[in-house]
Design a protein around this ligand. Structure first.
Ligand SMILES: *Cc1c(COP(=O)(O)O)cnc(C)c1O
Length: 382
């Protein structure tokens, strides 16, 4: 099956007793056993729940993986990956990570003895140079949040595996979604999603996911998920599965609108810089063109007026773009990374990588393009 068909049918079959096309929301914690230990594959819902299974099979299908796991949040999914490591192990990560990922690395896992180094992954050889004898995991985000930096997944996998084929490559695919890129086909080992974003797509749930091909890795992840317990519930699993079924058509419009917004801002005299991988002057444009089907709906930009006041005036006055955290829903959102998503990154670090007061991030939704551009124009004119 091709991608669009898989979003709807991948890993799905009608429900066995009634033929229901959508899986029921199995609101159950436990399952009858005919004899101790003898059951139909479900014993307790921390281990597995049929609604969650239906979603997981679908996610495995659209990411070209074999095994998927749905978690209580994106961060719970990342937490699970890090728990496969042990004290003294080292992780190489990108230097422009989602703020919550950075917070987890620095404020939780450093305490438990994991070591982290951060490199600019726009250049694959930077990753190679950071490898030591203790490196066990490379954590890649592409495009990054909020600067939309691009990492070449295939090139990174190649250089890393040349040095040590046991080092795992994990890709946070939240911004791109499997519609735009499928890291497992680019030799990554683990795909992670904040399904809260485009996978769910309707800003009505918080969820995470991991998808892998390797059976042993799947076994380790399932054990940690079962033993630590950060599972997705059945109602959220149902909503996420419903969301996935329109992922491809939502993404098509997100990409169209994202491009229009990026072009509009590029030509606006109050705008200093626009960060969108679809723009030819974007640092990662060539890699993005090769690696992604299209360029997505996330657009960041800097105002020429570098005062915080100018940014706040814009942020407080958009009308179609709602000022809110999060991204990837059908509605357009605007956010201020410095005070919102990236507040947990120390000021010196932020400024070093370019997250300044004048940086604004847009999650461009699937509304009419004319309304989105008119809204940006009026807010910029204030
Ligand atoms: C939101 C987000 C996360 C964290 O996911 P939650 O579902 O909020 O826990 C991780 N990575 C990226 C890129 C995100 O946007």
């Amino acid at each position: 099956m091709k991608f669009n068909t898989k979003t709807i049918h991948g890993g799905q079959k009608p429900e066995a007793t009634t033929g229901a096309v959508m899986p029921p929301v199995f609101m159950t914690s436990t399952y009858e056993q005919s004899s101790p230990g003898v059951h139909k594959g479900y014993a307790y819902s921390r281990g597995a729940n049929p609604t969650r299974t239906a979603l997981e099979n679908n996610l495995a299908s659209i990411e070209n993986g074999k095994h998927a796991f749905a978690f209580a949040s994106g961060l719970a999914a990342i937490d699970c990956v890090l728990r496969t490591l042990k004290p003294g192990d080292e992780v190489i990560a990108g230097d422009d990570l989602y703020g919550g990922t950075y917070r987890m690395f620095t404020r939780l896992f450093e305490k438990y003895g994991l070591e982290f180094s951060y490199v600019d992954m726009n250049v694959a050889t930077n990753v190679k140079e950071a490898i030591t004898g203790k490196t066990k995991l490379v954590w890649v985000e592409t495009p990054t949040n909020p600067l939309m930096k691009i990492a070449d997944i295939k090139a990174i996998s190649t250089v890393v595996k040349e040095v040590n084929s046991a080092i795992l490559i994990a890709v946070d695919n939240t911004f791109a979604t499997p519609y735009l890129q499928q890291p497992l086909t680019l030799d990554a080992d683990i795909v992670m999603h904040s399904a809260t974003k485009y996978i769910g797509g309707h800003s009505d749930l918080v969820m995470g996911a991991l998808i892998v091909k390797d059976a042993k890795l799947a076994e380790d992840i399932h054990f940690i998920q079962f033993a630590a317990g950060a599972i997705a519930g059945p109602m959220d699993s149902f909503l996420a599965l419903r969301g996935v079924k329109t992922l491809h058509i939502r993404m098509q419009r997100h990409c169209e609108n994202g491009k229009k917004v990026a072009e509009f801002l590029s030509n606006h005299d109050k705008v200093e810089a626009v960060y969108y991988p679809g723009l030819e002057n974007h640092l990662g444009h060539e890699i993005a063109k090769k690696q992604m089907k299209d360029f997505g709906g996330m657009v960041s930009f800097k105002l020429k007026d570098t005062s915080k006041k100018a940014a706040l005036t814009f942020l407080e006055n958009t009308k179609v773009f709602t000022l809110a955290e999060s991204l990837g829903g059908v509605e357009s959102l605007v956010s201020h990374p410095v005070t919102m998503t990236h507040a947990s990154i120390p000021e010196k670090e932020r400024i070093k990588i370019g997250i300044t007061d004048s940086l604004i991030r847009l999650s461009v939704g699937i509304e009419d393009e004319e309304d989105l551009l008119a809204d940006l124009e009026q807010a910029l004119s204030l």
